[in-house]
Design a protein around this ligand. Structure first.
Ligand code: AKG
Ligand code: FE2
Length: 180
């Protein structure tokens, strides 16, 4: 089924990332603190799109609980697993530890890769008003996330993901999800 992605739903390309994971593609445990201005209010949004039936295996998103030891936060062993389902979107706090487990892509074809559109939503206003103090839990997760390594240092954990060029603004794009 062709899927229309109009430019109006796409954030500017510097605020949007569109990688494709093939065989072995993965993303080690991280937070998205370095991708947002205010991690105490920011949400990460990941939209999944791929051909059906799915041409890849694995590629689940794991969202970890957080534990604190000696005032330092780290990912707990417990997590929630999100299956990348075509035409679905997941939102989570950008301060949460998460990872993408390795994908397999038996055909090796690019069309069978795991595709996503990822963006980060941050309400700058809400962090400045008098009533805008984040909850204790949110502040605590934000402080923990600030201490995590910047994303560019985690590039070694992002093997196998190839960036996909986004369409220029003002032109609709048609992604065929059932062809090559
Ligand atoms: O692809 C996903 O499910 C998550 C991607 C991600 O964590 C990121 O781009 O920071
Ligand atoms: Fe992330």
């Amino acid at each position: 089924m062709p899927m229309e992605i109009g430019p109006r739903v796409l954030p500017p390309s510097d605020q949007c990332c569109s990688p494709a994971h093939g065989e072995g593609g993965h993303f080690g445990i991280h937070t998205d603190a370095s991708r947002v201005r205010d991690v105490s209010t920011a949400l990460s949004a990941v939209y999944y799109l791929h051909r059906t039936p799915r041409g890849f295996g694995g590629g689940q998103l794991r969202l970890y609980d957080t534990v604190v030891n000696d005032g330092r936060a780290r990912p707990a062993e417990s997590c929630r697993t999100v299956e990348p389902e075509h035409d679905s979107i997941v939102f989570f706090p950008s301060s949460a530890f998460h990872e993408v487990v390795p994908s397999t892509c038996p055909s090796g074809r690019f069309a069978d890769h795991r595709f996503t559109l990822t963006t980060w939503i941050s309400d700058e206003e809400s962090a400045t008003g008098p009533d805008a103090r984040p909850s204790r839990m949110a502040q605590w997760m934000a402080d923990a996330a600030e201490g995590t390594r910047p994303l560019h240092e985690a590039e070694g954990d992002h093997d196998g993901a190839r960036p996909v060029a986004l369409p220029p603004p003002g032109r609709a794009t048609c992604l065929r999800t059932n062809g090559n």
